[in-house]
Design a protein around this ligand. Structure first.
Ligand code: SF4
Length: 64
């Protein structure tokens, strides 16, 4: 099962916090916006750290 993470590109300010906390799951694209590059299930705990540490609350992970 794939967990859908959504990143609100209107809110994302490209701080890179999510990449810091979960580098296997997040990266910044050429525009400096966060994108999902990995399977969030591989690193569930770090994904939640990334969500909590996003300064603009741009990352949404559906509750399970
Ligand atoms: S932590 Fe939030 S604001 Fe920063 S790059 Fe990631 S999604 Fe964007």
């Amino acid at each position: 099962m794939n967990v859908e993470i959504s990143i609100d590109r209107e809110k994302c300010m490209g701080s890179g916090n999510c990449v810091y906390w979960a580098p296997q799951v997040f990266d910044l694209d050429d525009a400096g916006m966060a994108i999902v590059v990995g399977d969030p299930l591989d690193d569930d705990e770090r994904v939640h750290l990334a969500v909590r540490n996003c300064p603009t609350e741009a990352i949404t992970v559906p509750t399970r």
